[in-house]
Write a protein that binds this ligand. Structure first.
Ligand code: ADP
Length: 486
């Protein structure tokens, strides 16, 4: 038996979840403030991140009483950048959050200068303000004295995992894991090392960078409230969810249906670089063996249901959408494309704007609710098609996130994507991934091989006639065509 404390440091809240042999037994959660100093800018106070996280951990300890915690696993919001002084531990600037667009102009310039394919080939990532590199550069260029201090080796960079590890170990360990490193745009996912050419391009001294460790590894000892606990597992949130969903084999896939959607597919031990706009990323590294993943995202998934509720007022709670969608036989020819902020892969049209089409005098709010739920599935299906086009055969789709509670959505997804869908009873997949990695670190082996958490899973299997499916997909393509800006 082992008690693992999973630290799940997210974009809007910090959480601590206790796992007893990978079963969640306690959860604490605290939100912390978001800062928007200018339009399009998003920051966090690194101290507030740390304080909210420690508060959650303290509550977990109170729950445990005298019982021992065997190990800590950390999972975190990815790409967010913190730079601090290595002697004082004081950040030189707020954390620049992954959502922050302040480096758009610089990234556009890099693209125009023709760096796109070199950067993609090394890191698996497109040039975009989303990733860490341009944000670190911004701090060095815009904070008084930061560039000089960095040159002198006085400053340290970290994503949020690194910031937590450094603080919890009293400044003893400056490290990150391969999955977080792979989101910085400075890490070569072929050689699995920081890349000199990229560091020079972004003007970032090597001395700032954390050591990159495996997913289950020795990240030092955390000293928290008189307890000493080894940190033995680390992964970025999406990769952690992939691991926590037992997607351990090539072709295993997970989708998180939250405000947006994140689809990650295990592609095995070789990176693929499809032309389609999917991101190539490191999933994890265990026993010296690297596993890669393809990643795609949908900007507007569960948020289309919020829109039905808050803007159109045709439902009073998100869950009502399921009941309404099931109350009609089909979508009645109605399609909604929720391109509220443009469309991502495979369309990449930031100027696209949403449409509702196919309305007749017989259309009702039930058809709209159904079309809205279907739109989530079509968008995820567009990503699944890209994964298949890259030559990957999907074994299964494991799901989590708020909108994965919706049975209609999952059945429709299964039908339209022709894939078996598995929803686990406990959907703490992100934290469980980190706990599982720590458990492997603790015991030196994977004690929960195979589908570790299969009990009580609910399956959704495709039954739709192919002709019906083709007609629907044609309707969706037609509707998307009406949203595109060119
Ligand atoms: P996030 O972590 O991105 O904030 P969550 O995973 O908490 O999101 O999921 C919340 C989203 O899921 C909201 O957009 C909400 O509208 C949607 N949602 C929640 N429950 C349901 C439901 N039963 N059916 C459809 N959508 C739902």
């Amino acid at each position: 038996m082992s008690i693992i404390l999973a630290i799940d440091q997210g974009t809007t809240s910090s959480r601590a979840i206790l796992f007893d042999d990978l079963k969640p037994v306690f959860k604490a959660q605290h939100e912390f403030p978001q800062h928007y100093p200018k339009s399009g800018w998003v920051e966090h106070d690194p101290k507030q991140i740390l304080d909210s996280q420690i508060l959650c951990i303290k509550e977990a300890f109170d729950f445990l009483g005298k019982q021992k915690v065997d190990a800590i696993g950390i999972t975190n919001q990815r790409e967010t950048v913190i730079v601090w002084d290595k002697d004082t531990g004081i950040p030189v600037y707020n954390a620049i959050v992954w959502q922050c667009r302040r480096t758009s102009d610089f990234c556009e310039q890099l693209k125009q200068d023709g760096y796109g394919s070199m950067i993609r080939g090394k890191t698996g990532l497109p040039i975009d303000p989303y990733f860490s590199a341009s944000k670190i550069r911004w701090i060095l260029h815009n904070v008084d004295g930061a560039a000089e201090k960095a040159e002198r080796g006085q400053l340290l960079f970290g994503t949020v995992d690194t910031w937590l590890i450094w603080n919890l170990t009293g400044g003893a360990v400056h490290a990150t894991d391969v999955s977080n490193a792979s989101r910085t745009q400075l890490f070569n996912i072929n050689t699995m090392e920081w890349d000199e050419e990229l560091l020079q391009l972004f003007g970032i001294p090597t001395s700032m960078l954390p050591t990159v460790l495996q997913s289950s590894d020795n990240y030092g000892t955390a000293h928290i409230h008189d307890r000493e606990i080894p940190i033995l597992g680390v992964a970025g949130d999406q990769q952690s969810a992939l691991f926590g969903q037992s997607c351990h084999c090539t072709g295993d896939c997970k989708n998180t249906y939250g405000t947006g959607a994140f689809l990650l597919t295990n592609i095995g031990d070789k990176p693929l670089f499809p032309a389609s706009g999917l991101i190539t990323t490191v999933a994890w590294k265990l026993d010296g063996k690297v596993t890669y993943a393809l990643e795609g995202s949908v900007f507007c998934a569960g948020s289309v249901i919020q829109w039905l509720r808050d803007s159109l007022g045709i439902i009073s709670a998100s869950a009502e959408s399921e009941f309404l969608a099931k109350s009609v036989e089909d979508n009645g020819g109605v399609f909604i494309v929720p391109a509220f902020t443009g469309l991502g892969a495979p369309y990449w049209d930031s100027e696209a704007r949403g449409v509702i089409c196919g309305l007749t005098r017989g259309s009702t709010r039930a058809h709209l609710a159904r079309a809205a739920l279907e739109s989530i599935a079509y968008q995820v299906n567009d990503l699944i098609t890209l994964v298949r086009d890259a030559g990957v055969t999907l074994n299964k789709l494991c799901v989590d996130g708020g909108a994965a509670e919706n049975n209609f959505l999952l059945k429709f997804q299964s039908d339209i994507s022709r894939v078996d869908i598995i929803r686990k009873a406990s959907v703490e997949a992100t934290a469980r991934g980190a706990a599982h990695l720590a458990d492997i670190g603790l015991h030196g082996r994977n004690r929960f091989a195979g589908d570790a958490y299969a009990e009580d899973s609910i399956y959704f299997r495709p039954t739709m006639e192919e002709k019906v499916r083709e007609t629907l997909l044609h309707g969706w393509d037609d509707a998307v065509g009406r949203t595109l800006s060119k």
